[in-house]
Design a protein around this ligand. Structure first.
Ligand SMILES: [Zn+2]
Ligand SMILES: [Zn+2]
Length: 257
């Protein structure tokens, strides 16, 4: 059994066949999914999906791209949902200085506010980070000793960035781009990550693995990335699946499914 700890099945790319996509995930051995919201509307759809499907869990938050759209009302509404049983994380939140679709000030402000909520509700954070590892790590250090836990998803930093996040106790996941022939540097970084800190994700509909490159990604394609990661770590897919599923269950406190 594999688990997909980061997908966006609420997005419009899945509007026509969402249920079939979830069925294909099950058929391919995906034990459960964590659907990760990116904005207020996405939080509502994510909650709805988690209510409809026993094996779909919810992470609620606002992606740095949408930081400028968060007002007090949106923040209060999201906070009001965090205590629900199927909500297992706050995210995705973080900093994206690559595309800079929201102002830096607003990204910083909402990152801190959502970390505050994660601590208040004792939930892990799902962190999105592009071209901002130093800045994001500095914000996390402000919450040092507060008991913050979480994962850097879709890792795209340097070996030094990886060392810094591991040192702070965070987990990490890689997307399908890890399997692209040109991404040797990323594969070299993965070699140094302890197994107990690794999670699996697709980030569907984005970043389909090599054999599906260019297609809409979906959770059923997770196996290709998982196999590539297992090969790099020098263990069988079965052992790698068992280990990453345990890691995910422990971080998100999802048991008995
Ligand atoms: Zn992301
Ligand atoms: Zn994502």
């Amino acid at each position: 059994m594999l688990v997909d700890t980061h997908c966006h099945l609420d997005l419009e790319q899945f509007a026509d066949d969402r249920a079939a996509v979830i069925e294909r995930a099950r058929a391919s051995g995906i034990g459960w999914l964590l659907n990760v919201a990116v904005c207020l509307k996405s939080c509502e759809t994510t909650l709805e999906l988690s209510r409809r499907h026993e094996d779909v869990f919810a992470s609620l938050g606002v992606h740095p791209h949408y930081a400028d759209t968060v007002n007090e009302d949106a923040f209060v509404r999201i906070k009001g949902w965090l205590g629900q049983k199927k909500v297992k994380a706050v995210g995705e939140i973080g900093l994206d200085f690559y595309r800079n679709l929201s102002s830096v000030v607003s990204q910083m402000q909402h990152l801190r506010a959502f970390i505050g909520l994660a601590l208040e509700f004792d939930l892990p954070v799902i962190l999105h980070c592009r071209n901002a590892y130093k800045e994001l790590l500095a914000v996390l250090d402000e919450f040092h000793n507060a008991g913050l836990r979480g994962v850097f998803h879709c890792f795209s930093g340097t070996g030094e960035d990886m060392a810094c996040l591991l040192e702070r106790g965070f987990s990490v996941s890689f997307c399908g781009n890890l399997t692209y022939p040109g991404n040797t540097a990323l594969r070299d970084i993965l070699k140094e990550v302890p197994l107990e800190r690794l999670l699996l994700e697709t980030d569907s509909p984005y970043l389909a693995p090599h054999l599906r490159r260019g297609e809409r990604n979906e959770p059923a394609f997770l196996r290709e990335t998982a196999q590539a990661m297992a090969d790099i770590k020098g263990i069988t897919l079965e052992d790698f699946a068992r280990c990453t599923t345990q890691n995910a269950a422990a971080l998100f406190r999802i048991e008995g499914i």
